[in-house]
Design a protein around this ligand. Structure first.
Ligand code: NDP
Length: 273
């Protein structure tokens, strides 16, 4: 019996993630699993898509909870024997008006956007089958923030020998610098969200290098554009379906594509930073 192909989207209950699930239900050949940390919100999203005659599966996933990630892995292993597409969309951003101290914003934002995305990768990558696609939903802000990093940091991000452990250390250095009030003098820009997304983008570059020896497994980072969601307080100019377009392009890259280990926005590879 042929194995059933399967896609997982994180943070699928609303916003860009919901738009990505909707598009994949129409375009991905196989099952699409909408995941959400809140079961009620996730099931409500599935039922909204059912009303459009789309049929995603649901599975709970809190990207910051290792046991939740492990449970999803077991589910994929038992029901599908592997994984063909992983879209790491879930993320957070403090509002500009937030009064939370910068040190807290740095720690929490890096923990969710960078560390949790890396945790999922580490747990689920062993399931990836030949021709799998991995999409990290990063941001244009990672380009702007990357450009503002010190020359020494920029050189490290672009060093083809940079490892995931070294990247983790750089992100930890940023959080430590935020706690010590020494962000600028350590070469980092004052953007918790921006640095977290620098980490996500550079993670994709490194992971692709690590996976290059595998059979056509492709990892890219991308920006959805400025999208009308809760994160942007609905100021974004794109609809969630338009925001899904670049992530979905990355998700459905054809066999043998040379778009690998890149940063994309507006459906095209962009220079980074
Ligand atoms: P929303 O705030 O609308 O949605 C974020 C999603 O992530 C929600 O489903 C949320 O779940 C989920 N999420 C947050 N934390 C966790 C967690 N620990 N575990 C599981 N799910 C979690 O944001 P957007 O749709 O706007 O953003 C989606 C992605 O796109 C993010 O990575 C964002 O950084 C990126 N992006 C967005 C842009 C925009 O203009 N909107 C621009 C550039 C990048 P819950 O509902 O439970 O909170």
């Amino acid at each position: 019996m042929a194995t059933k192909r399967v896609a997982v989207v994180t943070g699928g209950n609303k916003g860009v993630g919901f738009g990505i699930v909707r598009a994949l239900c129409k375009q991905f050949q196989g099952d699409v699993i909408l995941t959400a940390r809140n079961v009620d919100l996730g099931k409500k999203a599935v039922s909204d898509l059912n009303a459009e005659n789309l049929k995603p599966e649901f599975h709970q996933l809190d990207i910051c909870d290792m046991s939740s990630i492990e449970t999803l892995k077991q589910y994929l292993q038992s029901n599908y024997g592997g994984l063909d597409l992983l879209v790491n969309n879930a993320g957070i951003a403090y509002k500009a008006a937030s009064t939370a101290p910068f040190s807290e914003q740095a720690e929490v934002t890096v923990r969710t956007n960078f560390t949790a995305t890396l945790d999922i990768s580490n747990v689920l990558f062993p399931l990836l089958r030949p021709h799998s696609r991995v999409v990290h939903v990063s941001s244009m802000v990672s380009q702007w923030t990357g450009k503002k990093c010190s020359e020494a940091l920029k050189a490290r991000f672009l060093d083809p020998a940079l490892t995931i452990d070294e990247l983790k250390q750089i992100m930890q250095n940023f959080v430590d610098a935020a706690k010590a009030g020494k962000v600028s003098e350590s070469g980092f820009p004052e953007s918790a969200y921006g640095m977290s997304k620098v980490g996500v983008t550079v993670m994709a570059f490194i992971q692709q290098r690590e996976l290059n020896s595998k059979d056509d497994i492709v990892v890219n980072a991308c920006c959805p554009g400025y999208v009308d969601t809760d994160m942007t307080s609905h100021k974004g100019t794109k609809t969630i379906d338009q925001g899904a377009e670049t992530p979905v392009l990355c998700a459905l890259l054809p066999e043998g594509t040379d778009i690998r280990g890149k940063f994309l926005s507006e459906k095209a590879v962009q220079p980074w930073p």
